[in-house]
Design a protein around this ligand. Sequence first.
Ligand code: PLP
Length: 453
Amino acid sequence: MANGHPLTNVQQRDINAVLHPYTPLHKLAETGPLVMGHGKGVYLYDTQGKEYIEGMSGLWCAGLGFGDEEMIEAANEQMRTLPYYHLFGGKGMEPATELAEKLKEIAPVPISKVFYTSSGSEANDTQVKLAWYYNNALGRPEKKKIISRVKAYHGVTVMAASLTGLPGNHKGWDLPVDRVLHTDCPHYYRFGQEGESEAEFVARLAKSLKDMIEREGPETIAAFIAEPVMGAGGVIVPPAGYFAAIEPILREHDILIIADEVINGFGRTGNWWGSQSVGMTPTTISAAKQLTAAYAPLGAVLVPEDIYQAYVDHSAQLGTFGHGFTYGGHPVGCALGVKAIEIYQRRNIVEYVRGLTPTFEARLAKIKDHPLVGEVRSCGLVGAVEMVADKNTKRPFDPAHGVGSNLAKFLEGHGAILRALGDTIAFCPPMVITGDELNELFNRFELALADTE
Ligand code: PLP
């Protein structure tokens, strides 16, 4: 039985055979998996035929929605021409070349080379290895620590999960590993002190970062990694001036600035890159997710020329550049990346997202009046509603009695999918959603909110 109903055959088979990621495994048999059958546009249909508006683009990635015929055709064509090859040992493939050229063209800072991975976690893991390789190349073997932030999300490999600043990714997994530090989260609503202005909050965080660097020794710190707008930590938009305040401190100590654009990239925040929306100037960039609009797995690391030259020098000493994934630069993924960017450009997705942003903001603002809503926040078409036990004091729910997962369940009942990050509900609809569909998503959310009262 699941929620009082007998499990369907496919639900039972799923429970018998699949180990589900990010799932309370002990409750799965009780709730039953929600098994999706097919998707079209911003709508998904489960195997029972029930319709859902997908309000999270899957996992912040299906920016073009489902069933885009041009994407399907691009994949088919590449499958027929060359379904697989690799880039090891100096091999090449046209789709990998073309996508790298396109990424260089649209990158927010001058980029020389693109390294391909299969996922965002692998991109961030690669970033760390590259920062280490770079400092070894420069004869600075002690400059290896990476500063990340509380509430950051950078993935699940051993290093990416260590960079992540969420307790659930560390507890039970013997993480974080050494060489990883976490500085403050720039969430003013949660971490601003009594009577502190936003500007004072930013100054305090910058001072705290500076103190950390001095305490650890700048000669031991290789890089700082940040999502321009934090995603899985609760869609946290930094206060104005945050990156402008911290970047000079990092640059002064020759610390690389890594932008994790895995969620933010490709129009999501109303610019091509989240770093452009929040005034961040990165040294290197991680991309994934909307890179292919999730029609195939693909990640990328974008590096500038001077850093690339250090790899060249080091590989000359060592004999090779000893890093690469079997599927890094997969031709189908790259062909889909090329097609996705072409579609974003042709449909002017950045302008389209900007056009929808006032509706998105207005509907979030309306929810803010609810007695259980502490804060609403957004940047472009990514946003969140933070639910609290006490609106006046901002007191969060006791984790054992939070409302987030119930709310997400009620929402499924009303035919919409959003993600509960604890008691913060994230919104990240496909960027191609229409104004009417966006309003319908919020209508369904309001019904679910009424159910929690
Ligand atoms: N970085 C950010 C900002 C993410 O949101 C995610 C995934 O949600 C990752 C990295 C990890 O990407 P993946 O799940 O493709 O490994």
